[in-house]
Design a protein around this ligand. Structure first.
Ligand SMILES: Cc1cc2nc3c(=O)[nH]c(=O)nc-3n(C[C@H](O)[C@H](O)[C@H](O)COP(=O)(O)OP(=O)(O)OC[C@H]3O[C@@H](n4cnc5c(N)ncnc54)[C@H](O)[C@@H]3O)c2cc1C
Length: 395
């Protein structure tokens, strides 16, 4: 998909860190070519999944919801009354969906401190304002991050051609306006968040022609098991590891889940491998995703630090690097590189598909050999598909 993604997406050049209230630039960090090469990472903003899934044979039912799942009989009931049965149920229905509830034995309430307003403004509108235009000049493609007292903003350009736009996520203390991604709220809450902000943010907040969405930023308790006891239901994406709205790794985590699951299931030859492969997915993904989700929550707290010693320390370290002409997250002199940058490199250096391949070489083949399976050539021989996988059918 890389070529198609690049046609509609933008490659980020770096990030600029700014104070929310005053507009002072604390510094910038340009992604070095070397780091991007080493981590094989590019920050690309785009959406292109539906067409690919359909072209690969996925059947998508629009306008119906799942009203119940029985993992033991592997049945899924739809609001239309239709019942689907499959060999494996992959619950990708988000943090508050039916699937996660089947696995969440503790029923612990998530912690909710912040909300996030999301707006998208056509670039042509923002470029008419002389104060905003320099932020989004052609070729800049930089992300901006404003740090404030219990408030923060992330903003970045997105789309190409006529769809060029500026995305803006504005974080602040929960204000009772929260809903879902498809709900909109009036702009007053967003304007209220930005009432103490520098003038560019106040303008950006008022410019969007469409009302914002307001999302709760929740810290969910970690789910102990991603695989149901039946061995036939697994949760992926936000259903397994909810990540806060606007997080950099938001979509990437869900995509990586899909890639790892696909890699693992490419080794499926017999039905009795299913449970092992699902647990392999959990073993591979759980530590990584939980680390990334908590880092993303940490980033919001880092950006929203209230005034005090820690906030002053954060800002002064960055000012020092800015004044020395350094990338703001790099190491300098006796100062180590910012933990945030080390984590970014770690996350981008991680290759989900390599991880899945390594699991197969280290554990998958071993297990097959122990069962006396012929694994000459690195995969199960002979191909003995006992039952078609993932072919949903109405009973
Ligand atoms: C419409 C939409 C727009 C988004 N836009 C942004 C954005 O701009 N920025 C950002 O940071 N994040 C956004 N997100 C969140 C982001 O997509 C996810 O956090 C992340 O990509 C993980 O994806 P996911 O597929 O696991 O979960 P989600 O994206 O939450 O998708 C879960 C899907 O399951 C569906 N679903 C839930 N319950 C049922 C049911 N009972 N029956 C049938 N379907 C069900 C939901 O409608 C949703 O489409 C958006 C999510 C949605 C749904």
């Amino acid at each position: 998909m890389e070529k198609d993604v690049l046609k509609v997406g933008l490659k980020s050049a770096g990030i600029e860190l700014i104070l929310f209230e005053t507009g002072e630039t604390l510094g910038q960090h340009i992604w070095s070519e070397e780091v991007l090469r080493e981590t094989r990472g590019e920050f690309i903003f785009s959406h292109l999944l539906h067409e690919t899934a359909v072209s690969l044979g996925a059947k998508i039912r629009m306008g119906v919801t799942v009203t119940g799942i029985d993992p033991e009989t592997r049945r899924v009931k739809l609001s239309s009354g239709e019942i689907l049965t499959g060999d494996v149920i992959v619950g990708a229905d988000g943090a508050t969906g039916v699937s996660r509830r089947l696995l969440d034995m503790d029923d612990e309430e998530p912690v909710h401190r912040f909300n996030c307003y999301s707006t998208v403004t056509p670039k042509s509108i923002a470029m008419q304002d002389p104060e905003l235009a320099p932020l989004f000049e052609p070729g800049v493609n930089r992300m901006f991050s404003w740090f404030g007292n219990n408030h923060a903003v992330l903003s970045f350009p997105m789309g190409v051609g006529e769809r060029e736009a500026i995305a803006m996520y504005t974080y602040g203390p929960k204000d009772g306006k929260e809903g879902g991604w498809t709900d909109t709220v009036d702009v007053s809450g967003l304007k209220n968040y930005c009432s103490t902000a520098e003038s560019r943010l106040q303008k950006l907040a008022a410019l969007s022609p469409n009302p914002p969405a307001c999302l709760p930023i929740m810290s969910f308790p970690e789910l102990e098991d991603w695989v149901h006891d039946s061995g036939r239901l697994i949760v992926v994406g936000d259903a397994a590891h909810p990540i806060p709205a606007g997080a950099i790794q938001d979509a990437a985590m869900a995509l990586e889940d899909g890639a790892v699951l696909a890699k693992l299931f490419s080794h499926l030859r017999t039905e009795d491998q299913i449970e092992t492969l699902l647990y392999a997915f959990q073993d591979l993904r759980q530590p990584h995703c939980q680390k990334v989700s908590s880092k993303e929550l940490h980033d919001i707290n880092f950006m929203c630090m209230p005034p005090g010693e820690m906030q002053e320390g954060r800002d002064n370290v960055m000012r020092g690097k800015r004044d020395a002409g350094l990338n703001v997250l790099d190491a300098s002199g006796d100062q180590e590189e910012q933990a945030e940058w080390a984590e970014i490199k770690d996350v981008f250096g991680y290759d989900a598909e390599d991880d899945a391949d390594n699991w197969w070489m280290e554990w998958g083949l071993l297990r097959e050999r122990a069962r006396g399976t012929d694994v000459a050539g690195g995969h199960v021989q002979p191909v003995a598909v006992m039952q078609g996988v993932s072919q949903a059918y109405a009973p």
